[in-house]
Design a protein around this ligand. Structure first.
Ligand code: C2E
Ligand code: MG
Ligand code: MG
Length: 712
């Protein structure tokens, strides 16, 4: 049902209004018309009935005499009087015996049938006529019956007229309602439609500055006012919103620009080393891959170089990171100047740099670049009043001879670099197949060294130091030994540099220091009162602020006293006169330790540190002792060192004495102590103790010059 009226919903509002008005008018008129016609017909019908009944009454009264006297003629005359009523169609009078007594047919209806005998008394209304059978009674005695039939024509004519009038009225009312609906539309639906059209346009074009026209002051006018107020509100909000949006867009633009910059910075950071600005490991590797692809296409060669600086850790640890950083920047600059445009210098991390020579014609090209790099590193670097000599070791691998993948080439250059380093540094080496095993060994050695520290696979050996004055054992130098579970004894020369590089040296040193303390306590308890110990301390130790506290704690733990210990420090440590080194030396001195400079003469040329630090002894390096007294240079240096030490009131120990000849020469120079295989190799604690007893037995000063093996 509701679906049947859906079309109404889709009609425009004006049509709906017209339809509503027309329908209302039509329904009202129809119902009114029907009521009017029905009423009219009913009234007319009742009038006709009563009129005919009255007529029949009159005719009956007028025909009483005729019936009584059986005067048919008079009865007929009575009926003929009905001619005056044109609607009467026919009439008749029946005798008391219900026989037709007189009859009348209107000239207008000559063919009207007159029943032969009277019907049932009463009235009958048919579509064509109205008829009445009225008994004629005199003193309740029936004299006869009157019959009258009248036409209903008039009634129909009236009905028709009524209908026509109704239709006419309906048409007029329809026209009036149509006109009214137009008026209504103009006053009501037109403004509403205009309002709706405006709302549509606003929503389509978003022109909130449009306003609706006001036609009246009624509710529609209020609606228009409200609508316009709403538009104004929206317009203001829209303006604010667009201002806000513009601000937001500006913000987004600037943020996008910031983000872009940040992305670029991050991109740069992801591929560059923040300290030196050089490409980093990642970028270097990417370039290596590109270069490999290019060379494999054109059948060319390229070289990969690994450069590691020597003694950089020492600079970093002793002079501080800020000096280390500046040094790395200087090195980076020097390296960049050594390669062609298009080649690459990158920083791998720490003091490791890599160089990529994108196209070389063979080993000679790479050789000349490596030589250029070493030459560029050679000039001294002055940093914060320190003169630093920086050298590096370079490992080179050449595509396609030393590897066909980037990883392989890099690994091999790294191995070659280690090989160059183990040859004393400040040089370069191309990768060769023999290095493969050396590199692998070094790696496994590092892992094993970690295990050795964890499992304490170390032993302390002791080498006697003999007094030049009375030949007695002045002290023992504690030297670490690594008893490897499968390889046996590993020499310090092999693992100490690795331990220094990895930092494990600090733990090893502390362990040796502890062992030496324990041992000296044992010996002193055995009434070997004047024996003392000499312990090596790596330069790494001196970057630790708590060094003196740690050594003091070990003294307390073992019961040793500092006067029984001499600490050996390498020349390199002293060269870097940082506050940390200085303060550590002062603290150690204050604790009562004696301080000796080990391997004197091998390090740096500056001797100014000898005055600055609280030193007790110099240990002339064994390299000067070799070939004495025949090597005139070494003899001159040794003499000069001893003379200088004396004038600085420092004691002198000469190490590495292997022959009587060397000893004799050195004795004449006036040293304080001797150390070397001529007396004893470094030996275990038990052997050292036996040696000690044997030397104690030699009490005479004359025996001082006699080596042990001669005495035994
Ligand atoms: P160093 O402190 O100068 O120790 C002396 C080295 O010279 C010892 O080598 C010793 O065996 C060797 N030597 C002594 N007399 C002679 C000789 O007549 N001829 C020859 N050719 N050599 C002689 P070693 O024990 O192999 O130690 C080498 C270096 O390892 C030491 O040199 C020292 O720098 C380092 N080292 C050893 N033990 C330790 C330690 O516990 N801590 C630290 N930091 N370094 C240690
Ligand atoms: Mg030493
Ligand atoms: Mg030495």
């Amino acid at each position: 049902m509701s679906r049947a009226f859906n079309w109404i919903k889709e009609l425009p509002i004006s049509r709906k209004l017209t339809l509503l008005m027309m329908t209302t008018a039509a329904v009202a008129l129809f119902l009114g018309g029907v009521a009017f016609v029905a009423n009219d017909l009913f009234v007319k019908r009742s009038g006709m009935l009563s009129q005919q009944a009255t007529l029949a009454e009159i005719v009956g009264l007028n025909s009483i005499a005729a019936l009584d006297f059986d005067d048919a003629r008079s009865a007929r005359e009575t009926l003929t009087a009905l001619e005056a009523d044109p609607e009467v169609m026919a009439a008749a009078i029946y005798s008391g015996q219900d026989l037709l007594f007189a009859q009348y047919n209107s000239p207008g209806f000559p063919d009207t049938d007159i029943p032969a005998s009277p019907g049932i008394a009463g009235q009958r209304f048919t579509l064509d006529y109205l008829e009445t059978f009225q008994p004629v009674l005199v003193r309740d005695q029936k004299l006869g019956t009157v019959f009258i039939r009248t036409s209903t024509n008039d009634w129909y004519v009236s009905l028709q007229r009524n209908f026509l009038t109704g239709f006419a009225v309906m048409a007029i009312v329809g026209l009036i309602s149509l006109a009214l609906s137009h008026v209504l539309q103009r006053n009501f639906s037109a403004p509403v439609l205009e309002l709706a059209g405006l709302a549509r346009m606003v929503s389509r074009t978003r022109s909130y500055s449009l306003r609706a026209r006001k036609y009246s002051e009624d509710e529609l006018g209020t609606l228009v006012d409200d609508f316009n107020a709403m538009l104004e509100e929206i317009e203001q909000r829209d303006m604010k919103l667009s201002e806000y949006q513009q601000g937001l867009e500006r913000e987004v633009q600037s943020r996008t620009a910031d983000l872009q910059q940040l992305t670029e910075r991050l991109e740069h950071q992801a591929h560059h080393d923040s300290l030196t600005g050089l490409p980093n490991r990642k970028r270097y590797k990417e370039c290596c891959h590109d270069t490999l692809a290019e060379r494999s296409r054109d059948g060319g060669q390229f070289a990969v170089m690994f450069l590691d600086l020597e003694r950089f850790k020492l600079v970093n640890d002793s002079l501080g990171h800020h000096v280390g950083d500046r040094l790395l920047n200087i090195v980076a600059r020097r390296l960049r100047n050594c390669v062609r445009e298009g080649d690459m210098v990158a920083r791998q991390g720490g003091d490791e740099f890599t160089v990529l020579l994108r196209s070389v014609s063979g080993y000679e090209d790479a050789t000349s670049v490596a030589e250029r790099i070493l030459a560029a590193l050679a000039p001294c670097i002055e940093l914060e009043a320190h003169t630093l000599n920086i050298t590096g070791s370079i490992g080179i691998s050449l595509y396609p001879y030393n590897g066909t993948t980037v990883d392989e080439l890099l690994r091999h250059a790294d191995v070659a670099m280690y090989a160059a380093k183990s040859k004393g540094g400040n040089g370069f080496l191309f990768f060769s197949d023999e290095m493969r095993t050396e590199g692998a060994e070094l790696l496994s050695l590092e892992a094993e060294l970690h295990r050795a520290v964890d499992e304490q696979q170390f032993e302390a050996y002791y080498q006697p130091i003999i007094s030049a004055h009375d030949g007695r054992v002045r002290s023992f130098e504690a030297l670490v030994r690594w008893r490897h579970p499968t390889s046996g004894m590993v020499s310090p020369g092999r693992f100490i540099p690795l331990a220094e590089e990895t930092g494990l040296i600090t733990e090893i040193d502390e362990w040796v220091f502890g062992e030496a303390c324990r041992q000296v306590v044992i010996w002193r308890k055995k009434h070997l009162h004047d024996v003392s110990m000499t312990v090596n301390l790596s330069s790494r130790q001196f970057s630790r602020p708590d060094l003196s506290q740690r050594l003091e704690a070990i003294l307390n733990e073992t019961g040793a006293t500092s006067d029984a210990i001499e600490l050996e420090i390498t020349e390199g440590t002293l060269m870097h006169q940082t506050e940390q080194v200085q303060s550590n030396l002062m603290k150690l001195k204050a604790l009562g330790f004696r301080l000796a400079v080990d391997d004197f003469g091998t390090g740096y040329s500056s001797l100014s540190y000898l005055k600055r630090f609280p030193l007790d002894r110099l240990k002339v390096d064994q390299s000067f002792v070799q070939d004495l007294p025949h090597d005139q240079d070494n003899a001159a240096i040794t003499q000069a060192v001893i003379a200088m030490a004396r004038s600085l009131r420092l004691m002198v120990t000469v190490e590495g004495i292997e022959t009587e000849e060397q000893l004799a020469f050195l004795q004449d120079l006036g040293c304080d102590a001797f150390q070397g295989f001529l007396y004893s190799q470094p030996v275990s604690a038990d052997e050292a103790e036996r040696y000690l007893y044997s030397r104690v037995a030699q009490s005479s000063a004359a025996a001082a010059s006699a080596p042990l093996h001669q005495q035994q």
